[in-house]
Design a protein around this ligand. Structure first.
Ligand SMILES: CC(C)(COP(=O)(O)OP(=O)(O)OC[C@H]1O[C@@H](n2cnc3c(N)ncnc32)[C@H](O)[C@@H]1OP(=O)(O)O)[C@@H](O)C(=O)NCCC(=O)NCCS
Length: 389
């Protein structure tokens, strides 16, 4: 196989390795991955490190191209997924090598990258956690008071609702960092079976023919030890639609004979707000070095792209601070920059991350300008199950 333009040999690891992208047949390699990609953002390509004359890489990872929100700004992003090194090649630096190369190349198309990291590995590559795992858990009985009031009604999902569902999602999560800017042409939607068999189901809430909400649920077939009933996504235009959809969720859980329901929603969405009024638990799992992580690949381009978001957060006259962010005079440390831009409470946290001498002359002025209202004004970052990779 000829070496593609731009590939580079790696010798540090005592094996002459070649980096390649666009590996063929990326979806059908593994039945588990095939299933995974059938209901998540699909990968654009796979890259790997190859020894000479080998058709299988020693180390490889999938790349997903998408558009992510950083507050109110839309930014092209790369998601890294399902990375692995063949067992007998592990702990020789191959994966670190592969990621370093893949990140440099990705930086030409996307200024920011995301992944779900195993604990204790990705910090060395500059990734920082930006979004805890968040879930509501509730006994189905607490949904008994919710109902659909006329003119709202629940109907089974059909693919013709996809464009309106994407539009509603984009509107409801317009400023929510970490969410994907949904494009109906790319969004897979639910893998709804809508049959009497257990599995995935999807429904919409209609009001005089208009879509005002939808829900994607899943539960595993009978005989599985996993007893939970899961709501993968539930989006409502208002409290009435949220109430109708939650009543429907309860009916599904009764039918599935599941006593507990898990709901994958941010606490400050319309549905999250309603759920917080019930007897539920809300679990938030933070990780110091793992979970959903992000890294800034191209600082200048990112700062340019998120201009509207910086304007929104800062009072007028913050141009010097923005310029300093762009050149790296302010928040030189990329991890601190990532925290500041992506986490709602970032400004408080970076005090601990950035040492006094590295804060630079702009820092006190900058912080004074930005401190007020940042945490309150920003929705919590979130990644819905359908957008994971
Ligand atoms: C994780 C993995 C990709 C690392 O590949 P690798 O080529 O051995 O990586 P490197 O040699 O560059 O780095 C090795 C480091 O990874 C760390 N590591 C390996 N597996 C780890 C795990 N499950 N959790 C945390 N760290 C891990 C090792 O501690 C080692 O660090 P150290 O040598 O400083 O102690 C490989 O172990 C693997 O394929 N695991 C199974 C698949 C997997 O879990 N993928 C998760 C990707 S998010």
């Amino acid at each position: 196989m000829s070496k593609p333009a731009g590939s580079s040999p790696h010798t540090r690891t005592h094996l002459e390795l070649t980096y390649r992208e666009d590996l063929p047949d990326t979806h059908s390699l593994d039945p588990y991955l095939q299933q995974f990609w059938a209901r998540h953002l699909a990968p654009a390509r796979r890259c790997g490190l190859f020894p000479p004359h080998h058709s299988e890489p020693v180390s490889s990872i999938w790349l997903v191209e998408y558009v992510v929100r950083v507050g109110c700004a839309n930014v092209p992003a790369i998601g890294f997924a399902a990375g692995a090194t063949q067992p007998h090649y592990r702990r020789r630096g191959f994966f670190t090598e592969l990621m370093s190369e893949a990140m440099v190349r990705a930086s030409t198309s996307a200024p920011i990258a995301f992944l779900k990291g195993i604990d204790g590995f990705y910090k060395r590559l500059g990734f920082v956690p930006f979004c805890p795992e968040r879930k509501f858990r509730l006994p189905r009985g607490v949904l008994a008071n919710f109902r659909a009031d006329a003119p709202d009604s629940i109907q089974l999902w059909e693919d013709r609702y996809k464009a309106d569902a994407c539009a509603l999602y984009n509107q409801q999560h317009a400023h929510r960092t970490g969410t994907t800017v949904r494009d109906p042409a790319r969004f897979l939607g639910p893998r709804a079976t809508n049959s009497w068999m257990p599995g995935d189901e999807a429904a919409v809430c209609l009001r005089r023919g208009q879509l005002v909400g939808y829900v994607f649920t899943t539960h595993l077939p009978f005989g599985q030890s996993w007893r939970r009933f899961e709501v993968r996504e539930i989006v409502a235009a208002d409290l009435a639609a949220a109430s109708a959809l939650l009543a429907h969720v309860r009916e599904l859980a009764v039918r599935a004979r599941r006593g507990n329901i898990e709901i994958d929603e941010p606490p400050d969405s319309v549905v999250g707000g309603l759920l917080r009024l019930t007897t539920c638990t809300f679990r938030e799992r933070n990780s110091a070095d793992g979970g959903w992580m992000a890294v800034v690949l191209d600082r200048r381009r990112l700062i340019d792209l998120i201009g509207p978001e910086l304007d929104r957060r800062f009072s007028s006259g913050s141009a010097p601070a923005t310029r300093a962010l762009r050149t790296g005079n302010l928040l030189t440390d990329t991890a601190a920059l990532t925290h500041a831009l992506l986490r709602p409470n970032g400004w408080a946290e970076i005090d601990q991350l950035v040492s006094a001498e590295r804060r630079g002359s702009y820092w006190p002025e900058f912080r004074a300008r930005c401190a007020a209202g940042v945490a309150e004004a920003m929705p919590t970052p979130f990644l819905h199950a359908s957008d994971r990779f």
